[in-house]
Design a protein around this ligand. Structure first.
Ligand code: ZN
Length: 130
């Protein structure tokens, strides 16, 4: 069974596998990708490797009959799809970087506050010593 790259009716990247459609759900820290079934309330997921070519695992069961497989797309369509998927991936990475930046800012502020606290304590200690 092959992974077929395609797009949903809404124009978002999707993959077709075993007569079902999946959309990108999550990019893991290890850069593997979790794809989730596009059917309403179906939580069947596929885990793809970093190169998005190999299926690492399939989780859950579909709560519906198989969807219709779309005809395979032309080379240009495939390229467009690939670009869309890379863009989506970039967006997700950017979001993750943003989150990390925020966390870093928080930690820096916390560190600064602790430093001030320590300096105050040392100043007080010196006063007591004198
Ligand atoms: Zn499903």
């Amino acid at each position: 069974m092959d992974l077929i790259r395609t797009i949903t009716d809404k124009g978002t990247p999707a993959i077709s596998f075993d007569s079902n459609f999946y959309r990108l759900h999550f990019v893991n820290k290890s850069l593997t990708e979790r794809w989730i079934c596009t059917k309403f309330k179906c939580y069947c997921t596929i885990l793809l490797d970093q190169d998005q070519t190999k299926i690492l695992s399939i989780n859950g069961r579909h709560n519906h009959s198989q969807q219709q497989t779309r005809k395979s797309s032309s080379k240009i369509d495939n390229l467009k799809i690939k670009i869309q998927q890379l863009e989506k991936r970039c967006q997700m990475y950017e979001q993750q970087l943003d989150d990390r930046d925020k966390k870093l800012t928080e930690l820096t502020e916390e560190n600064e506050q602790l430093k001030q606290k320590w300096e105050q304590m040392i100043t007080n200690l010196i006063k007591v010593e004198q």
